[in-house]
Design a protein around this ligand. Structure first.
Ligand SMILES: Cc1cc2nc3c(=O)[nH]c(=O)nc-3n(C[C@H](O)[C@H](O)[C@H](O)COP(=O)(O)O)c2cc1C
Length: 150
């Protein structure tokens, strides 16, 4: 069981969530690779069972550099690969805050990703964080729950 967690993070909050998901999966015996999204070779995702992408929400969307990476990928890039996206954002109605993970999820589907769970948001108290209490535990629970899909 090989999981790739690809993320971006400006103030470390998204990275903290990525780490919590990864550590929880590792405790369940999965092999997890964590990489900045810009380091990923999307043409070479062989042996990856699950691709998790995490990003902060910027301007009601994913950060522009992530968008340009994902938009450039050919249609069948993720054929046969399970996917899940998460974001960090402000704790408010999603219509106001927007959500990077909802946007990422749409792009992943377009390039063949097999979405296993709805996109998930984790909440920051301010632009630079910190995360609200309980968010790390929620990320750990998410990680543990992913085992059933592998
Ligand atoms: C340029 C910029 C734009 C942002 N726009 C939004 C936004 O539209 N909606 C939102 O919920 N949060 C917004 N935020 C707050 C980010 O979601 C927050 O900085 C992020 O969750 C922190 O994650 P990180 O530490 O991994 O970068 C914005 C932050 C920055 C820096």
């Amino acid at each position: 069981m090989k999981i790739l967690i690809a993320y971006d993070s400006y103030f470390k909050n998204t990275r903290i969530i990525a780490d919590a998901i990864a550590e929880s999966l590792e405790r369940s015996g999965a092999q997890v690779i964590r990489e900045r999204i810009y380091q990923i070779d999307f043409a070479n995702l062989m042996n990856i069972d699950l691709l998790v992408i995490g990003a902060p929400t910027h301007n009601q969307n994913m950060p522009l550099p992530i968008k340009s990476v994902l938009k450039r990928l050919p249609k069948s890039t993720l054929n046969g690969i399970k996917t899940l996206s998460f974001d960090t954002r402000y704790k408010m109605n999603v219509k106001k805050s927007g959500s990077a993970s909802i946007r990422i999820n749409k792009l992943l589907k377009k390039i063949g990703g097999q979405v296993i769970m709805p996109p998930t948001s984790f909440f920051v108290q301010d632009r630079r964080g910190p995360l609200f209490p309980g968010e790390i535990e929620r990320a750990q629970q998410l990680g543990a729950s992913l085992i059933q899909f592998l």
